[in-house]
Design a protein around this ligand. Structure first.
Ligand SMILES: Cc1cc2nc3c(=O)[nH]c(=O)nc-3n(C[C@H](O)[C@H](O)[C@H](O)COP(=O)(O)O)c2cc1C
Length: 369
């Protein structure tokens, strides 16, 4: 039996295999962030398809933190019944589900929210639309919003919560020296830039308790000049480990990192797969909490090698599951051919076009065999 299908657990959350569906905004929630039948059906297919752990798309913890249309929300108790139904359906099909809690910061979509986006710094001259630098009061309120959203996830029956601190959204903005120009205790050295994230973690831990899985998605590097470095990111990982984080999902890149971003194109050969594996090695040298690696994993053999070589404990994928929700069952049944995802990102275009996410290539193939 391959190590990929052995049972493991993360702070009591029992997982039947080492495959994770990385958080994926699917543009299928209602306009006000409520869960919908379409979204629940999409996630249910993943549970039926054998994915060990499903992480929801980023769910905004406060209305001013919404990044895009039809994004899942976790900002109000009124959203709990829809979230409860989602968690229940996944459990009915033997899956596990974690809510990704997020605030988009100055990448919030003001056309959708009607509110001037906030962030660690106003970044005058760097961004076109106005941004507002957060006050200490804003920071306190933000921390509380994360704590409250995590509590809602627990109340709704989710198996855990993941803090989104990657890809240039608000907590990643604080970590990044390129985007965080503050001179108070939240800016400057990495201990300061990580302060908000640590305070968010403590608020969440305080709300949900020690026995509830709390994960983080973290940039290993920003891959832009003057951005978060690998060395600093490892420091953040160590600080979170000291505080009691249950697992780190390692990604990289900002929304502005272009071809070095988090969702890279052209993963057509094994050597291009797992494009944050070198960074994962650096993490594994220093950290002992479970490491979930994301980014361009496409082959069973590559996935198995990453775990056997101690580079990662879990393998996380997004685009392959948009094309093949039953990929894990296919692999489990012995068909070990790699994912048919060609990583050209038209799924993202579909989501942005308001159609809800789907694999455009697969649809074209089916329509024009
Ligand atoms: C359509 C789409 C939506 C995404 N939404 C999120 C999200 O909500 N939160 C997040 O952390 N990452 C998000 N990502 C990034 C993925 O989780 C993942 O890090 C990235 O796609 C690399 O993995 P892959 O090569 O397996 O696709 C999204 C990616 C795609 C393609």
């Amino acid at each position: 039996m391959t190590i990929l299908f052995t049972e493991t657990q993360i702070n009591g959350m029992r997982l039947s295999n080492r495959f994770v569906r990385s958080a994926t905004w699917s543009a299928m929630a209602a306009e006000d962030g409520r869960s919908t039948l379409q979204l629940v059906n999409l996630l249910t297919k993943l549970a039926q398809g054998g994915v060990g752990l499903i992480i929801t798309g980023h769910a905004y913890v406060r209305q001013d933190g919404q990044a895009g249309p039809n994004q899942l929300g976790a900002y109000s108790d009124e959203l709990i019944p829809g979230l409860r139904d989602m968690a229940q359906k996944i459990h009915d099909h033997g899956g596990k589900i974690v809510l990704q809690a997020s605030h988009a910061g100055f990448f919030a979509n003001s056309k959708v929210t009607g509110i001037t986006p906030i962030g660690p710094s106003a970044l005058e001259g760097m961004v076109k639309a106005p941004r507002r630098e957060m006050t200490h009061q804003d920071i306190r309120e933000l921390i509380n919003a994360f704590g409250a959203a995590a509590m809602r996830a627990r109340e709704a029956g989710f198996d855990g919560v993941q803090i989104h601190a990657a890809h240039g959204y608000l907590l990643s903005q604080f970590l990044s020296p390129k985007l965080n120009r503050r001179s108070d205790e939240y800016g400057g050295a990495i201990g300061n830039r990580a302060r908000v994230l640590l305070e968010v973690f403590r608020a969440i831990r305080g709300a949900v308790g020690r026995d509830y899985p709390v994960l983080v998605k973290l940039n290993s590097q920003d891959f832009v000049d003057g951005g978060l470095t690998l060395e600093d990111s490892v420091q953040v990982g160590l600080m979170l480990e000291d505080e009691g984080i249950d697992a780190v999902e390692l990604s990289g890149g900002l929304l502005i990192s272009k071809e070095s971003g988090s969702i890279r194109k052209g993963i057509i050969s094994e050597d291009r797969e797992a494009y944050f594996k070198d960074e994962a090695r650096a993490f594994k040298e220093k950290l002992s909490v479970p490491l979930i690696l994301v980014g361009g994993i496409r082959s069973f053999q590559v996935a198995e090698r990453l775990v056997k070589d101690g580079v990662a404990d879990y393998l996380s994928m997004s685009r392959p599951f948009i094309r093949e929700p039953d990929l894990i069952n296919r692999w489990r049944a012995g068909d070990l051919r790699k994912s048919t995802c060609i990583s050209e990102n038209s799924c993202l275009t579909a989501a942005m076009g308001g159609e809800g996410i789907y694999c455009v290539t697969e649809k074209n193939r089916q329509e024009n065999p």
